[in-house]
Design a protein around this ligand. Structure first.
Ligand SMILES: Nc1ncnc2c1ncn2[C@@H]1O[C@H](COP(=O)(O)OP(=O)(O)OP(=O)(O)O)[C@@H](O)[C@H]1O
Ligand SMILES: [Mg+2]
Length: 349
């Protein structure tokens, strides 16, 4: 685990800001980054240089990360007593003015939420305009039902200007199954009138090696989100590593706990940076079910509660795909039909 924690986020794309950084000597960049962290963390009562360095080293680079940590977790990481850790967390919460939030502030934040187009009119309508920021949208379904294709479509869509249904922002793509397809991105970018080269450069892909690494990538994402102007985070798929890493019934509780924390971290990023989260999920067969569709999404109640929008994708007639919006709090349950083509997802009349 320690080895995983020390890994840096590796991205396979670069953009202009990367080029700029390279022109500055590497040592200088390192120093100024470390100084920035020190200033922020050393202002907290009870945090000296040593603790602040330790925290920064393991990814607690901003106050919000500390404010939402548990005292036990922080104590273990910073090698301090739990009492001291609790004190630090409480001071940070006070500094950030966390606690009750006035409803008008919540209203203001909600009003800032925007939507990303899926390029399928019916699907956008189903979602109340598109995939929403400040929310988690989950797509589940069997293999080849279109979960990843919808992800690619959104990774391109987010880059469109606002008037064309995008956010004019970039995408962070966490690939857990090694199925990210640059070729598909190029085709979809062409269809949507975007420059394919630029579109690829604006998607930062990270391979997650296991569930711990996946968690780590999200914990470390905050700084990158601001630096690169990220408007959408995709995890394809959210559950595959968790399934593989926690096998057997005895591990189930621990798996759900970890997954729950991971989803909370995602929701915090979505709220804090006004960005959208799109995650995919597999289904398991339910041989005990006699009627209806014998498949249920992995992740149980944890995912059911955390995802704001749940889309169920399945194959329809003549190569079509059917998408159903499941139990959304503020939208009616509805279905739409689309097709996956060489040019991307398209509406079926
Ligand atoms: N270039 C293309 N032209 C037309 N259809 C395509 C093209 N590329 C992929 N598809 C369609 O998309 C399907 C794969 O969809 P996708 O990769 O999104 O599945 P998935 O739901 O992510 O499955 P898994 O659970 O295996 O990851 C293919 O079976 C094919 O029907
Ligand atoms: Mg897939």
């Amino acid at each position: 685990m320690a080895e995983v924690k020390n890994k840096k986020i590796k991205t396979t794309a670069s953009d202009e800001s990367d080029e700029k950084i390279e022109k500055t000597p590497a040592t200088e960049v390192k120093k100024s980054k470390r100084d920035r962290k020190k200033i922020k963390l050393e202002g907290i009562p009870g945090v000296g240089r040593k603790i602040s360095e330790k925290l920064a080293e393991v990814g607690f680079t901003d106050l919000m990360a500390i404010a939402v940590a548990s005292p036990t977790e922080l104590a273990a990481i910073a090698e301090i007593g739990e009492g001291q850790s609790r004190k630090i967390i409480n001071s940070v919460r006070e500094m950030l003015d966390l606690g009750f939030e006035r409803a008008d502030k919540i209203m203001k934040r909600k009003l800032e939420a925007s939507k990303i187009t899926t390029n399928v009119e019916g699907l956008n309508k189903l979602l109340g305009g598109g995939v929403e920021t400040q929310a988690i949208t989950e797509a589940y379904g069997q293999f080849a039902s279109g979960k990843s294709q919808l992800g690619f479509q959104l990774a391109v869509g987010v880059q469109l200007p606002k008037e064309k249904g995008g956010l004019g922002k970039k995408c962070l793509f966490i690939d857990t199954e090694n199925t990210f397809s640059p070729t598909r991105i190029v085709s979809m970018a062409k269809t949507m009138g975007l420059d394919p080269e630029k579109t690829l450069k604006n998607i930062f892909v990270a391979r997650a090696f296991n569930s711990e690494h996946q968690i780590f990538l999200i914990e470390k994402a905050s700084e990158m989100i601001e630096e690169k102007n990220i408007g959408l985070i995709i995890i394809d798929s959210i559950t595959s590593h968790f399934r593989a890493d926690y096998i057997g019934r005895g591990e189930l509780a621990r798996r759900q706990q970890k997954l729950n924390k991971h989803l909370h971290a995602l929701q915090r990023l979505a709220d804090g940076h006004n960005l959208a989260i799109y995650i995919t999920n597999q289904v398991m067969a339910r041989p005990d079910m006699l009627f209806g569709d014998p498949t249920t999404p992995v992740g149980g109640h944890v995912l059911a509660h955390q995802a704001t929008y749940r889309l169920y994708l399945r194959k329809g007639r003549a190569g079509t795909r059917v998408c159903k919006l499941m139990d959304a709090a503020n939208l009616p349950e509805a279905e739409c039909i689309f097709k996956i083509t060489e040019d991307g997802l398209i509406q079926v009349e």
